[in-house]
Design a protein around this ligand. Sequence first.
Ligand code: MIC
Ligand code: SF4
Length: 642
Amino acid sequence: MGYTIAEKIIKSHLVSGEMTPGADIGLKIDQTLTQDATGTMAYLEFEAMGIPRVKTERSVAYIDHNTLQTGFENADDHRFIQSVAKKHGIYFSRPGNGICHQIHLERFSKPGKTLIGSDSHTPTCGGIGMLAIGAGGMDVAVAMGGGEYHINMPKMTRINLTGKLRPYVSAKDVILEVLRIMSVKGGVGKIIEYGGEGVKSLTVPERATITNMGAELGATTSIFPADEVAREFLKAQGREEDFTELYADDDAHYDEIINIDLSLLKPAAAMPHSPDNVKSVSEIGPIKVDQVLIGSCTNSSLTDMLKVAEILKGKTVHPDVSLGIAPGSKQVFNMLADCGALSVLIASGARILECACGPCIGMGQSPNSGGISLRTFNRNFEGRSGTQDAGIYLVSPETAAASAISGVLTDPTTLGGELKISVPEKFTVNDNMIDAPVPESEADKVEILRGPNIKPFPQSKPLDDVTEGRAVLKTGDNITTDHIMPAGAKILPYRSNIPYLSKFCFGSVDPDFSERCKECGGGFIIGGVNYGQGSSREHAALVPLYLGIKAVIVKSFARIHKANLINAGILPLTFANEADYDSISLNDELVLSNVKSGIKDGSIKLHNKTTGKDIDVVVDLTDRQKDMMLAGGLLNYTKKNS
Ligand code: MIC
Ligand code: SF4
């Protein structure tokens, strides 16, 4: 039997384990990326490992998230990351150069290679045939040090694309359709591969929009074949030598097949407050819009921006709408300026934002109270925009631009005609904002610049065999890491200060959580299905660790968060019988007995002292994860084994 694209890459990078679905596999990692909101912690962890030089083919540190500098904290973190990068062999993309995923795709992506990044949208580079996976910062630190990256061998889903998108229907509408079909938990434990005749009609940036938002499916990653279109993209970037052809074998086996006819798709929107709450724009109707934002790692390519400029040409943004546009990279920004499209955007009244994540992570541009904001981004979780009662709709650049002019949600296909843009054959290549590290022989001379905001991160200890505590929180389903550890302009500057961050943990779910943990000396969190979906931020594990959380007991977990809990030495448990979720209430006193042998055997007894009930909980860990839990987390495990 033949192999899928992902299986081919896994096979050529397999260091340990067997390629059977669910089994633990260790992969050799060729490239890593970090961004600044997760990077400071990842590099502190890398330093703690004591390895002088990264062992990957290419590691890049980007500054793109924390670029609103309202105090010294962010700038200090940037300096810290810059100095660590210089010393330890990491390329450094300076603030202003753009969003990590967009730049990585343009300048460093290579079909057939492996990439892990401390950001959940790392699968963007799957658009060119890389196996690109989002991970916790500690996993990235280990990979930089030459260690394997472990995942459970995913199942393979094939999405067959036929036909061709109609004018004004966009790659974003394709992934919104996939989200509608599969839901935010439909991709858990799977790699989503795209294939079929329809693939040829999609450019690499369009493919990258689709793989980027595969993160919202909960998928391990998404990937497209590396075909002639991929070769052309690399050639346009002056990197044709980085091309390798990569297709699935004709007789490759897929566990699931989904067919999508591109020609039937309509412009769509994900309605508040979940990326899978998808309807067609025409079905939702012409709701009044207060804000439109175009950009983010999902939709900020030159193609996206040129389409927007074409729609805005000669028009003025509606008086009741604020339109913000953030090109994804300096390359995109430069080329927009050179071809005159930037002038069109400015003339329309758009507020041009710097090339960065910006409003996508709540760094500015929060909507008005109860405002409706259309965004070309990938997440619309409640409160993420910085305005708790705002309603965020995720749409394509075409829908965003058409609605910015009309002031109401507008189906762009009603504009009629063709949407003609011309993308140059050669991109403008200027890597002057990417600094190379110093040679190893000069590393000693580089001083690490540590600002006062950088505090030591919490160290975990092995769990006691009898672990007691209260249920300090009980949540519902689909809790995101934005709920656990919110982002936004006010809190993000403290990503390297866990004690300060801890005050905001679960703030929007239960404002007393942090205080309660302090009073009770920590305890247990009880949750529903898909607990920890969304961002890869390991702070959503490190902060609970700091607050004394010993175990999280839920109906099911999202992949990256579960790995982050294990890395932090917090026990991830699931109910053997989901109905038992109802038998635990807030503040109940719980006891886990036989923890150590239970970790080895896969099941632990949970006793609810308050109600007297015994509950079976499952410890679903690979052998390596069991050893990690027994050692007290990844850093202790790595120290023990090196
Ligand atoms: C996000 O989109 O939520 C982020 C900010 O990019 C995160 C990483 C973070 O929290 O720093 C992600 O997606 O992993
Ligand atoms: Fe940045 Fe938003 Fe992309 Fe996250 S999803 S990397 S915050 S642009």
